[in-house]
Design a protein around this ligand. Structure first.
Ligand SMILES: Cc1ncc(COP(=O)(O)O)c(C=O)c1O
Length: 398
């Protein structure tokens, strides 16, 4: 391959060329992604965390504010709230899904509530339509953490496009991956202008204001990441369709076995993406064999499932970082002692706190590889399930 090396004596020229290069792949994929998501605009970032951070910042959320959210999530959801010196107000979860219980949100709203931050976990949408109804009633913006759920849908609309902003992650565990990376989705042009500025050290993306007119930092996606993402997206479109078809087939067939039930849908027209494959497991139907033992027997048959309680069973409200924040100089300056005492007392969430203790168990698998197989391979998985289910008496005695 022929290569050309250009030497620049004037650093301004080099910088101009670098800017042009940046404009190309990142901006092209932003357009492709916004169109695919049917979102007004998309802005690529260097991660889902920074997409969330930019959203909160550009909605004006900061010191002294409260953001209503879920304890049952990856800690990044909460870090962006506490790092803004705002309080994450945890609402208990729906035991059927592990998602925030939308019916409890209204009671948690106070005069300090500035946003609602629900999480669509692992390709399974939260009750977003109910959340939007409450949010509109109280005129509170919703920032959707759709980091784990790109392409999941409710009533034909992609999650991440319901709220003021939606945030996506392209980190490697997800289904559309670029190693690291993220995106903000938003249809409000002014808010998006601020978000684009925020991730680019405050430059005006429209070029109408000179200098650094907006607050910001550097959370840009690189051209290299965007190039990887653009290629990965092509594979993703094929893989997402296979995963959805296989996931739905397995869900239908496996839940014919008494004791296995599918993940609850809040709206009949809900499209899961099966980033993880999850089934509720009722041990009473399996000679009281727990989900971990059932899953171990499945693994012996070559099916890579795990069993046990839900994924984030400890809950973010119990993480050590929270107490560190509450004790920090910043929090102590912003919140009164009485407010922090009330807050600590509120960190008791009956459903969440009993998640490990109660007997609701699940079978689950990261579905990136096993569930991209053929129909014949899916049938082999079903046969293995039936075999294990028919032999739980033996497992109970072992
Ligand atoms: C629910 C949730 N929110 C936010 C993030 C943060 O995304 P990233 O790792 O791309 O910063 C993740 C990543 O795992 C996540 O699972």
């Amino acid at each position: 391959m022929e290569r050309t090396i250009v030497i620049f004596s004037n650093p301004k020229h080099l910088s101009a060329i670098t800017c042009c290069l940046r404009a190309h792949v990142v901006y092209d994929f932003e357009k492709i992604f916004a169109a695919a998501m049917k979102a007004g605009q998309a802005t690529l970032t260097n991660g889902g965390t920074t997409a969330l951070r930019a959203s909160l910042h550009c909605l004006g959320i900061g010191a002294g504010d409260e953001v209503i959210t879920t304890p049952h999530t990856f800690v990044a959801t909460i870090n962006v709230i506490t790092n803004a010196h705002a309080l994450p107000v945890f609402v208990d979860i729906d035991p059927d899904t592990g998602c925030i219980d939308a019916d409890l949100i209204e009671d948690a709203i106070t005069e300090n509530t500035r946003a609602i931050l629900p999480v669509h976990l692992a390709g399974f949408p939260v009750d977003i339509e109910k959340i939007m109804t409450v949010a509109r009633k109280h005129n509170i913006p919703v920032v959707e953490d759709a980091c784990q759920s790109v392409f999941a849908e409710v009533n034909g609309k992609k999650v991440g496009t319901f709220g003021a902003t939606g945030c996506i992650s392209f980190q490697e565990w997800k289904s559309l991956v670029a190693g690291e990376g993220g995106a903000i989705l938003c249809s409000d042009k002014d808010l998006m202008r601020r978000c684009k500025a925020f991730i680019n050290n405050g430059r005006d993306p429209l070029g109408q204001k000179s200098g650094y007119p907006y607050p910001g930092s550097n959370h840009r996606m690189t051209e290299f990441q965007a190039a990887v993402l653009t290629q990965q997206y092509r594979r993703f479109l094929t893989q997402a369709a296979i995963r959805r078809e296989n996931g739905a087939y397995l869900e239908t067939e496996l839940t014919k076995i008494p004791g296995l039930s599918p993940r609850k849908r809040y709206t009949p027209d809900t499209r899961f993406t099966y980033v993880r494959f999850e089934l509720d497991y009722d041990r009473k139907c399996f000679d009281n064999v727990d989900a971990a033992t059932f899953a171990k027997a499945l693994r012996a048959e070559g099916i890579p499932l795990s069993g046990g309680p839900r994924r984030y069973s400890g809950g973010c409200h119990k993480e050590g970082m929270l107490e560190e924040h509450l004790n920090s100089r910043g929090f102590q300056k912003v919140f009164s002692k009485a407010r922090l005492a009330d807050y600590r007392a509120s960190l008791k969430l009956p459903v969440m706190d009993n998640l490990t203790a109660n007997n609701r168990q699940m079978l689950h698998a990261d579905s990136k590889i096993p569930f991209l197989g053929t129909r014949k391979e899916m049938d082999q998985i079903i046969t293995a399930f039936k075999k294990v289910a028919a032999n739980t008496q033996k497992l109970a005695k072992a």
